[in-house]
Design a protein around this ligand. Sequence first.
Ligand SMILES: NC(=O)c1ccc[n+]([C@@H]2O[C@H](COP(=O)([O-])OP(=O)(O)OC[C@H]3O[C@@H](n4cnc5c(N)ncnc54)[C@H](O)[C@@H]3O)[C@@H](O)[C@H]2O)c1
Length: 359
Amino acid sequence: MSTTLRAGIIGAGSIAQEAHITAFRSVPDVELVALCDVNKERVTEIATERGIPQTYTDYKRMLKKADLDLVVVATPNALHARMTIDALKAGAHVLCEKPMALTYRDAMAMIDTSQKMLRSLTVGFCLRHSPDAIAAKQKCVSGDLGQVYYCKASLLRRSGIPGYGSWFTNKDMSGGGAMMDIGCHVTDLSLYLMGHPKPVAVSATTYANFGPKAIGLGTWGADHAEPPARCDVDDLATAFIRFEDGLVMTVEASWAGHGTDGMRIQIFGTEGGIELNPKLFGADAPLRWFTRRESELAEEPIDLPPSAGNIYDLQAQAWVSAIRSGAAPLVLPEQAAMVSQITEALYKSAESGKEVQIR
Ligand SMILES: NC(=O)c1ccc[n+]([C@@H]2O[C@H](COP(=O)([O-])OP(=O)(O)OC[C@H]3O[C@@H](n4cnc5c(N)ncnc54)[C@H](O)[C@@H]3O)[C@@H](O)[C@H]2O)c1
């Protein structure tokens, strides 16, 4: 591998513009050489504005011509698996945006290709790089919580349906709405904090009370349509997940709903519990510790490490540094695949009205 790594991004939409272009520029000895998008006008405009030398409208052509060491897949969810597999087969390491894939099977095929090609594969669960998540993880691995038996997690938006009428609200392209899009972030972070217990069953319900009426719309996303447009995904989902050894987690996600915006993860152990209200979502006391001391209730804030920077920059820097040193990425693809496995079971449960077993 040459000292300077050549990077390319597939998808020149919102997350590439807001995060990945700057993030990969922040990594020493990485050159962002190529950008690809099916929207020719968009890719030309963004590449010109941001000084990216090569543009493509066909990602396969980019993989063939641009001689890339690193590829970021930042396209609609349904395209993640195919594009990641093709990029790995072309010899690149891949950071695939979340959610990893629409199905567990596709996620495992991505892992299989990365192993065969001896290339690094990671997934954009960037929240793990925030100071509150780092401090929460340290507390969870300290053993202070005792036996963890319950986790309650939510990521709720009051009015934030992204890309109305675009791939976001088209089930074939997104695989789902709020739970697929943002529920996967809070599910991943909860699993990470709990040390990835093995899921065994999921029971879930989904609702679509806003999107189909074209209300509760947000501003995120490169493409938006005027109503009426296709919107056949959930705008609120809630689930009950059972893990081995009796551990249980509830997870809720909304794009729209009559309630407060925010993210929260509570983890309950036999000796203590933590409550994480990430700073990113505007909370004043991002991380708190609950326990009992000499039979008195005790509650205190947990100090956070100083912020080392923007989470997307940290994600890119940590991943490239892992590649250079031959280490595993912070977000192991098997861990991201577990989120896809749960999410797939969750939507099956919501559709059937029954608990779905995970084997
Ligand atoms: N990690 C995070 O915090 C985070 C935040 C937002 C979005 N995302 C993820 O990033 C991905 C992209 O989301 P976004 O918000 O940028 O969406 P977006 O709609 O703004 O951008 C997607 C882009 O992909 C392009 N595209 C579609 N098909 C393509 C193809 N075949 N080849 C090349 N380009 C193609 C579209 O033209 C568009 O420009 C999604 O998977 C989303 O879940 C992650």
